[in-house]
Design a protein around this ligand. Sequence first.
Ligand SMILES: [Zn+2]
Length: 87
Amino acid sequence: MIEQLKPCPFCGSEDIYETYSQEYALGTKNPEIFCNSCKAIFSIEDDSPYMNCEEDYAYRRVKTIEAWNRRSENERPDEWAQIGLEG
Ligand SMILES: [Zn+2]
């Protein structure tokens, strides 16, 4: 079961959304977590054991949320494979 998202590790906001980016060339979806307050975009680079797109997405979505929540609870910079900051 998917855990609830913890507050943004950067700004503490709870104005957080799950989203994804689509990689059309590969036919895959990459799960992302977006903070509407500080505009952080969080995703992980994590190989999944699934070749099927939907199973792959579900697996990496869980991993992304787990990594976000760990980051929210304590400082673990090495957990972050990609951080986008805009604005
Ligand atoms: Zn934030």
